[in-house]
Design a protein around this ligand. Structure first.
Ligand SMILES: Cc1cc2nc3c(=O)[nH]c(=O)nc-3n(C[C@H](O)[C@H](O)[C@H](O)COP(=O)(O)OP(=O)(O)OC[C@H]3O[C@@H](n4cnc5c(N)ncnc54)[C@H](O)[C@@H]3O)c2cc1C
Length: 266
């Protein structure tokens, strides 16, 4: 059974989609579609008319061209952990899910960057470069499941971002499929390429400008070492002596908290 809205003849569209992504890449039954009816903002629900799972930039472009030709709205979805309803389907839409676009395409240690497909999970990036002594700084607390595509659309951040900046500070470039199916390259492998900062415009645009299909991320070198410095009790008492005991009670835990935060963050 095909669960789609009745205002449109979906069968020919399904056939066209299957030609682009294969039968395995198109979901049409109510059971399959119900999985995608909401994201992390579960109080709003709307099943899509069709779910399509492309694997390459060319397939995303093919799917978007079909949508453009038939004037069908489409919505991109990564892992669906967003809390603002960005991946919530609109009525009668095609949901383009990137979970099969899960390859790390290039690890370029010399230029301190990696190129990934949008369905790559945030934590995989650090895992892929850890042996080389590098890591990817943006760490939303959903990082074991959220996708890089979702991260750039939401400009996500986590604890590291207090020190190193949010996602936009770590995206160097990307390949994007525009709403008419054209493919454009923004930025590159170096920071601050000449011209308008279109990469910066795209990051945080919540899926409204197109679908990112390849993303170049900056990776950082892990600190060679972290040191534990602890004042002797004599030094500590010299410092706190002039303070009334009530200030010590307050300031000491605060100092401890700020020290542990700075040491735990490489
Ligand atoms: C337990 C939990 C903890 C969280 N913690 C944090 C946190 O610490 N910091 C934080 O910032 N967020 C946090 N979030 C929110 C969420 O995880 C992030 O916004 C994350 O970046 C969403 O990624 P996703 O792959 O799930 O994206 P989705 O929810 O699938 O999509 C989010 C948006 O991105 C768009 N999108 C997806 N892929 C693409 C693409 N390839 N191209 C263009 N647009 C695309 C979608 O259309 C949608 O608008 C948390 C969520 C949960 C459930």
């Amino acid at each position: 059974m095909i669960a789609t809205d009745t205002s449109r003849q979906w069968q020919p569209i399904i056939q066209q989609m299957e030609l682009v992504v294969g039968k395995q890449g198109v979901m049409v039954t109510p059971e399959e579609l119900s999985v995608y009816e909401c994201d992390g903002l579960a109080s709003y629900r709307q099943p899509p008319s069709l779910v399509v799972l492309p694997q390459t930039t060319a397939e995303v472009a093919g799917v978007v061209q079909i949508c453009d030709r038939h004037q069908i709205p489409f919505v991109a979805r990564g892992s669906g952990t967003g809390l603002s309803g960005g991946a919530l389907p609109t009525e009668g839409c095609v949901l383009i899910v990137t979970s099969r676009m899960n390859k790390i395409l290039d690890i370029d240690i010399d230029n301190q960057c990696v190129v990934v497909q949008p369905g790559v999970i945030n934590a995989w990036v650090t895992q892929a470069v850890a042996q080389e002594g590098f890591y990817y700084a943006p760490d939303p607390s959903s990082q074991i499941i959220c996708s890089i595509g979702g991260n750039i659309a939401e400009n996500s951040g986590g604890v590291h971002c207090l020190k190193y900046g949010v996602t936009t500070n770590h995206v160097l470039g990307m390949k994007v499929v525009l709403p008419n199916g054209d493919v454009v390259d923004l930025g590159g492998k170096v920071a601050d390429t000449p011209g308008y900062d279109l990469t910066g415009v795209f990051v945080g645009s919540e899926g409204t400008l197109g679908i990112a299909t390849e993303i170049t991320l900056r990776i950082l070198r892990v600190a060679e070492r972290s040191r534990f410095c602890w004042p002797t009790s004599r030094v500590l008492m010299q410092r706190v002596k002039p303070l009334p005991i009530s200030s010590v009670r307050v300031s000491f835990p605060l100092a401890w908290k700020s020290w542990t935060t700075s040491v735990l963050m490489p």
